[in-house]
Design a protein around this ligand. Structure first.
Ligand SMILES: NC(=O)c1ccc[n+]([C@@H]2O[C@H](COP(=O)([O-])OP(=O)(O)OC[C@H]3O[C@@H](n4cnc5c(N)ncnc54)[C@H](OP(=O)(O)O)[C@@H]3O)[C@@H](O)[C@H]2O)c1
Length: 277
């Protein structure tokens, strides 16, 4: 099939979505946005309480919420998750996969243990890749599907004391790029959403890492809207930070950094002053 014939998901209504990390944070905002569009959202997280809460909200908003309590850091057990989805839904018919679950461990690189490194890479990168590998064949069979990764701007320019997380997000972005080329002649789409630090939510807010670029802070509602926009409009990559101006300054900054890495380092350090951890 040629690119010209590509049919984006467009209408989210009635679609079945697997959403990892749905129990709180950005994932819960994405779940609510999908629910408003009457999707069936299969929510994956470890916290049963968080899953019950978000599934109730999804049902109240007009979607259908199905919660599955699963620890995706156990990457070799992800086929069991697929089996559980088949049991719960009666089939394995997934239109959209959103790889959102992610963790960060902030510390000086030489203070990481191998266990810390394996955990961050497993949750943020390997689980997303393995779940996509298992979901893709049925998308190819029906010639329709969309995989979205919640990556990060940290995957485009590394952040001090967050080196393993930065590596995981860079890996996610480059893997998706390679897969996008591989799937170019199919009807399957793969996209990345790259948020800036989220103002009051979760991980970044807890770091204590100061940023002087307050205008470029993102909000979770906008990340959720960016996900639906990408699904409905065949988006490839969305940088989500602040407003039109900060988004375009960021894109320009990346273009400069690509060609002038020393200059890029100076900009990065002037905007994000890392604490010694
Ligand atoms: N917050 C930011 O500033 C920011 C900026 C850019 C990108 N992002 C990315 O956005 C995504 C969501 O981040 P967030 O800020 O919403 O994080 P969060 O509030 O900490 O939520 C993380 C979600 O992932 C789930 N999760 C974590 N480990 C898991 C595991 N082993 N198995 C299954 N589920 C697991 C958590 O559920 P349970 O604990 O219940 O398992 C939770 O639902 C991440 O990929 C993150 O890297 C965040």
């Amino acid at each position: 099939m040629s690119n010209a014939q590509f049919r984006p998901i467009n209408n989210i209504e009635g679609k079945t979505v697997i959403l990892t990390g749905a129990s709180r944070g950005i994932g819960a905002f994405i779940a609510r946005e999908l629910a408003k569009k009457q999707a069936t959202v299969i929510c994956i997280s470890r916290s049963q309480e968080g899953l019950d809460k978000i599934c109730n909200e999804i049902n109240d908003l007009g979607g259908k919420g199905i919660g599955i309590n699963f620890n995706i850091s156990k990457v070799e057990r992800i086929p069991e998750l697929v089996y559980e989805i088949k049991q719960l839904t009666g089939s394995f018919d997934v239109d959209i996969l959103i790889n959102n679950a992610g963790i960060e461990i902030y510390r000086a690189f030489h203070h990481y243990s191998l266990k810390d490194i394996q955990l961050v890479l497993s949750v943020n990168l390997l689980a997303a890749i393995e779940l996509s590998r298992l979901v893709l064949p049925q998308m190819l069979d029906k010639a329709s599907g969309h995989i979205i990764n919640i990556a990060s701007l940290t995957g485009k320019k590394g952040l001090a004391y967050d080196s393993i997380y930065s590596a995981s997000k860079a890996g996610l972005i480059t893997w998706a790029d390679a897969l996008k080329q591989e799937l170019a002649n199919t009807n399957i789409k793969i996209s990345n959403i790259c948020p800036e630090s989220i103002s009051e939510q979760a991980s970044f807010a807890d770091t204590g890492i100061s940023t002087t670029l307050k205008a470029a802070i993102s909000i979770p509602e906008k990340v959720a809207i960016a996900v639906c926009y990408t699904l409905e409009n065949n988006g490839v990559e969305i940088v989500e930070n602040g407003n039109f101006l900060t988004r375009n300054i960021t894109k320009l900054k990346f273009a400069f950094e690509e060609h002038l890495p020393r200059f890029g380092d100076d900009i990065k350090r002037s905007l994000h002053q890392p604490n010694s951890q």
